[in-house]
Write a protein that binds this ligand. Structure first.
Ligand code: HEM
Length: 163
């Protein structure tokens, strides 16, 4: 009887040790968090975004739908502000946008849907020229679309005429 109890205790101990060793030898769970790089980094960072902004300006200057809007603008000023807003909106941590908010900047300009779309086309074309991939271009489009209601303001005139 005593021997049987000892055998059971031994077997139980053996089982516990086996379970312990199995749990120790199992693979360590991966606790590392994979943080996705910002859109700004995926596009290529400062120099790439600067080059894209240069071509956004060039595209506007050639685009018959919007070129007159920028005829009196200082290119260096507009490019600086557009670089800042592009960088900040895509997640740059070392660039601060120092310009006006989009509603104030475009207030009273009577900007139409067609002009807005033309500017979006120019931005996306510049991204394409600089080999920004489709996924990142889609994200840029989503950002531009999110400020549409603050920029397109031709309805102010329409509403005034209608009422
Ligand atoms: C699509 C999204 C757009 C973004 C993100 C954007 C961004 C900006 C920024 C950052 C500024 C400078 C604001 C400041 O001076 O503090 C600006 C100014 C301006 N924007 Fe836009 N804009 C957009 C669309 C448009 C459209 C559709 C038009 C008209 C075709 C337009 C015409 C102008 C003009 C005329 C200025 C003033 C430039 C100057 O100071 O000489 N923008 N915009």
């Amino acid at each position: 009887m005593k021997i049987t109890i000892l055998k059971i205790i031994n077997l139980t101990l053996l089982l516990l040790i086996t379970l312990f060793l199995t749990s120790c030898s199992s693979e360590t769970p991966d606790t590392s968090v994979s943080v996705e790089r910002s859109l700004y980094e995926r596009i290529g960072g400062r120099e790439k975004v600067k080059a894209i902004v240069e071509d956004i300006w060039n595209n506007h200057a050639k685009n018959p739908i919007v070129k007159d809007r920028f005829a009196a603008s200082d290119p260096a000023y507009v490019k600086k502000r557009v670089f800042e807003i592009f960088a900040a909106a895509t997640g740059a941590t070392d660039v601060e946008y120092k310009g006006m908010d989009m509603k104030t900047a475009h207030k009273g300009m009577n900007i139409s849907e067609m002009e807005f779309n033309a500017v979006v086309d120019d931005v996306l074309a510049a991204c394409e020229m600089h080999k920004v991939a489709q996924r990142e271009r889609d994200e840029v489009l989503a950002i531009l679309w999110s400020v549409r209601k603050d920029i397109v303001n031709s309805h102010i005139i329409t509403d005034t005429l209608v009422n």
